[in-house]
Design a protein around this ligand. Structure first.
Ligand SMILES: Nc1ncnc2c1ncn2[C@@H]1O[C@H](COP(=O)(O)OP(=O)(O)O)[C@@H](O)[C@H]1O
Ligand SMILES: [Mg+2]
Length: 453
């Protein structure tokens, strides 16, 4: 813990002895303690402050946030439900309600709360939540969209021909590891666990190893997890079934256990294949946090992974998540997601490789890509893609004015880099708590090492 925090906290405690009923001071101290992850003390001071200033909803919200950080989600939910029930609820409370509902796997509730939050305060729009809720979550059409999905699922149920998983297509990806910049460690891990067993099944059998089991990738958003999953199927030259958050939503709303079983069966029929669960935390939440219905789905997912009813031979399961801490520990048992791989943000060499991939086939003057990559410190793969998009837009505007296209330049790309805000810092701020306080069995050792903890 940084000394600066401790000094601030000491000073605040001294000040409080002089002025024990000072609510702003109590609040400030509680915030500092929460920031230093001394949650028990923080919670005590928040409650002291609330006793003195009992109608301060902002203070209540701060306490709720502290409970969330402390993993006391039930405590947080009680406060947040109270706050959103107000005649004029705080927008930030609605946002927190939405986040909590997401953890609970309650997508409709999450979507409704999120929409109300950004209606009240558009500044609260949060791309990570919006992405987890799916398209339309931030718009007025949100409810209609969800209603439409329910109708869709209901209709599918009536239709014997359709297995209710119309959206999970069987793909034949054309991209391979060559299209994934950097990430050598992760590629090696996946190669050993996924690609080699598919290429040499007899060899693996000879050593008594069955071809199956899964790899869970986790890390900050936009650093290539989804991209790599698709490239894995391309590299192994096998079929690819990708299950995204929308398909999962359909599963929650429809006959979920049956749908999950149908999905695994489809993968088994298409073996050898890669079955990929994107944003898997939506499907594999901790059972203690989950509602009863969700617990059934989670148990079914575990049973399918174990191949209880049918063999998963030749089905390689990959999964990705930005929030591995919300996953039920049971998923990490042998034969399930027994390899947990941290996908770090790209280093300078990986950024250069990503930039080369992104610029390939585009008109570009020749320049030192490595120099640009060094400047783009802290950029994720997605941020780099954003950077290139911004530079291209600028060129298009210029070309329309002049009537003649000119190639992308190092200068144009460097300027674009200044306009793009890197997005991964927030993730590491969240990860820090979990790495420090919930690193059971050392699952997050790779992140800890990366963060220098
Ligand atoms: N290592 C990489 N090589 C090439 N492109 C990348 C890489 N990492 C990310 N990207 C680009 O960034 C986009 C976002 O990455 P994505 O795989 O969706 O990240 P994640 O699933 O980790 O959130 C991808 O579509 C891809 O274009
Ligand atoms: Mg992704």
């Amino acid at each position: 813990m940084p000394h600066q925090d401790d000094d601030t906290i000491d000073a605040l405690e001294r000040a409080l002895r002089e002025s024990p009923d000072n609510v702003p001071l109590l609040r400030h101290l509680a915030d500092s303690l929460a920031g230093a992850e001394r949650f028990d003390e923080a919670e005590r001071y928040y409650r002291d402050a609330l006793r003195l200033s009992s109608d301060d909803d902002d203070l209540r919200l701060a306490l709720a946030r502290c409970y969330v950080a402390h993993d006391k989600l039930d405590h947080a939910a009680v406060i947040v439900d109270l706050l959103v029930g107000r005649e004029r609820p705080l927008a930030a409370a609605l946002l927190l309600r939405s986040e909590l509902a997401l953890y609970e796997g309650e997508l409709r509730k999450a979507s409704a709360a999120y929409r109300r939050a950004i209606e009240l305060d558009p500044g609260l729009a949060n791309s990570e939540i919006a992405e987890r809720l799916g398209p339309g979550a931030g718009e007025d059409a949100g409810d209609d969209l969800i209603e439409a999905r329910i109708r869709l699922v209901a209709e599918d149920d009536e239709d014997d021909e359709d297995d209710g998983l119309g959206q999970v297509e069987v793909e034949r990806p054309t991209i391979t590891f060559a299209d994934v910049g950097g990430m050598q460690d992760v590629k090696d891990e996946i190669s050993i666990k996924v690609i080699q067993p598919l290429a040499h099944p007899e060899l693996f059998k000879a050593y008594g190893k069955s071809v199956g089991g899964g790899v869970l990738m986790y890390g900050p958003p936009g650093c290539g997890k989804t991209h790599l999953a698709r490239a894995t199927a391309g590299e192994a030259n096998v079929r690819f079934l990708s299950v995204g958050i929308h398909d999962v939503l359909d599963m929650w709303l429809g006959n979920s256990e049956k749908n999950l079983h149908t999905l695994f069966d489809r993968a088994r029929r298409n073996a050898p294949c890669v079955l990929f669960f994107d944003e898997v935390d939506a499907l594999a939440a901790r059972r203690s946090d989950a509602s009863k219905g969700a617990r059934h789905v989670i148990n079914q997912f575990l049973a399918e992974l174990d191949g209880v009813q049918s063999s998963n031979e030749g089905v390689l399961v990959l999964a990705a998540t930005n929030s591995p801490w919300y996953l039920d520990g049971a998923f990490r048992r042998p034969g399930r997601f027994d390899r947990v791989v941290f996908v770090p943000p790209p280093d300078a060499a990986a950024r250069a490789a990503i930039l080369r991939v992104l610029l390939a086939g585009k008109p570009v003057e020749s320049f030192d890509v490595a120099r640009l990559a060094r400047k783009a410190e802290g950029f994720s793969g997605a941020d780099l893609k954003g950077l290139v998009d911004v530079a291209i837009e600028e060129k298009l505007r210029e070309a329309l004015k002049r009537g003649a296209p000119t190639p992308l330049t190092e200068k144009g790309l460097s300027q674009a880099a200044k306009k793009v805000r890197p997005t991964i810092r927030d993730w590491f701020a969240t990860a820090r708590n979990h790495v420090l306080f919930a690193n059971q069995g050392g699952v997050y050792d790779d992140v800890a090492e990366y963060m220098g903890l």
